[in-house]
Design a protein around this ligand. Sequence first.
Ligand code: GCB
Length: 644
Amino acid sequence: MTGSAAARLAVKCALLAAICSRCRALQGGMLFPRDSPSREVKDVSGLWSFRADLSDNRNRGFEEQWFSRPLEETGPVIDMPVPSSYNDITQDAKIRDFVGWVWYEKEVLVPTRWIQDRGTRIVLRVGSAHYYSVLWVNGVQMTEHAGGHLPFEADISSVLRQSSGGPCRITIAVNNTLSLETLPPGTIQYMNDRTRYPSGYFVQNTNFDFFNYAGIHRSVLLYTTPAVHIDDITVQTTFSDNIGLVSYNVSVLGGSKAAVKVTLSAKDGRCVASSEGLSGVLKITDVNLWWPYLMHENPGYLYSMEVQAIAEDGQTDIYTLPVGVRTVQVTRSKFLINNKLFYFHGVNKHEDADIRGKGFDWPLVVKDFNLMKWMGANSFRTSHYPYAEEILQTADRHGIVIIDECPGVGIKDIRSFGNVSLAHHLTVMEELVRRDKNHPSVVMWSVANEPASEMPPAGLYFKELISHTKSLDSSRPVTFITDSNYARDQGAPYVDVVCVNSYFSWYHDPGHTELIRLQLSTQFDNWHGKYQKPIIQSEYGADAVPGLHSDPPMMFTEEYQRAVLQNYHSVFDQKRKEFVIGELIWNFADFMTAQTITRVVGNKKGVFTRQRQPKAGAFILRERYWRIANESGVLPTWSRYPCL
Ligand code: GCB
């Protein structure tokens, strides 16, 4: 990381130009690509060519227009798997810790019939790439996107048709530089002391502890639709007695007149309701509600809603959306799903694993759901950013409840409360709601994690952010996650549920587990006394290096983690009779962090190791969660935790 002063300026410009709010206003829907009689999906993930732009100013790729020719013609390339973070794929620390532009490229074959049929739209969609992306096809820029955790796409039909049957060369440049206006925020700091750092030396600083993994993290898909196509669908559900109601809105693009038909089918394929028109209400008699895991013997019930848009020329687009019928309600002290009390006994997660970093990986997803169900967890928070859509779909099917969080983590600098930041934060919430609004598993939006909400602009910032989120979706409560100091919090008046993180006997009074009960009771009473809202303990925990033991317990041992959990649990058991509506352990599994003196190869607060093996704490939670689930009395005997 060395270079001249000019290069130094250039690097900063090149890094920051990437993220200077060039995002456009949101347009259109973001339906998950699915095969249907009128649509085809082709996954073009796999091995891509890759190069990190290691030039001093990090800008050589743009200066030499690496997008205009095959990447290997402009310099050496290496294999890079997609989806995956690039950081841990090589043996090179420069790649692991790289900040700046990296270049991905893949040449794919597009079926001739897609090109020849002029009535076919061909769309390229990236599930997510961290953080800022520019996308070209055959050297023509298609789109740009700011934000590392949400999808973006471009209609590439005309570019492909221009190259008349030639190859489809996809180039994606991705920049992981964070600024005061990105979500999450970060800063580039130049180290100017020439006796200690070479010229041009810089580091990227952040106020969150998880490793800033980068690259193309989710699948890259090509998909087709007819010219007149279903662009978006929104459903909202309710029920009364045994009648379920699904109100829907469909938006169709590509033609002024299209007839819309909607049919709703049960799991066995039986049509249970139908309607016509862009909006309407479907009425289901003897409705099967969507229930959370451990709240019903048949959780996660999904109907299939088939939407047909029939163009004037008879061409029909068909899209099928899974729909769960359920309601969510918050009172002063309770959280209700389908009018029944719901208590969150769950986990906080990260998208994080060995080698692939934040890259989407089905074996990992299925293993994690199996572990959550094994331990009796009924919920998780997508700390600290939106997770892959496939994860939400899995939660829908298994009845696992989700608090869906946007990447507003580490907002600690007063300059990150400015108008540019707020505008971007509103856009990200729009993108998140647009993507996730139809998932029954998502029961609450979280707009941020532990922002510096004591700072003067925070009150107005959160008022605007939360009211905007509510205007996007009035059917779900909104929260943000705060630290335990209620006196400083200016955002709490606007949230529906107070979510509090605290680390008594860890960051406060380290080693003193005997203080947890007092401090935690005080925390709960203060918050509820002040705001009269239900409370979730959204984080608590302690690092445990697996295999490290000590009795009496000492910090970093499995015994200490267990003792912390048990002390917290005794207070939860008192307060859940009153206004505490949930507990989410920090963290489900160990995860990678930046290198600091407080982390031993990552954050070890997982109750599972990074390789998903249980520590002592996992068994404590397992017994507890199953006990709580059994209290509700709805579990069929066959599903009871065997030891109880
Ligand atoms: C927190 C943060 C979480 C950290 C955790 C810790 O409050 O929300 O991102 O990883 O503490 O372990 O320090």
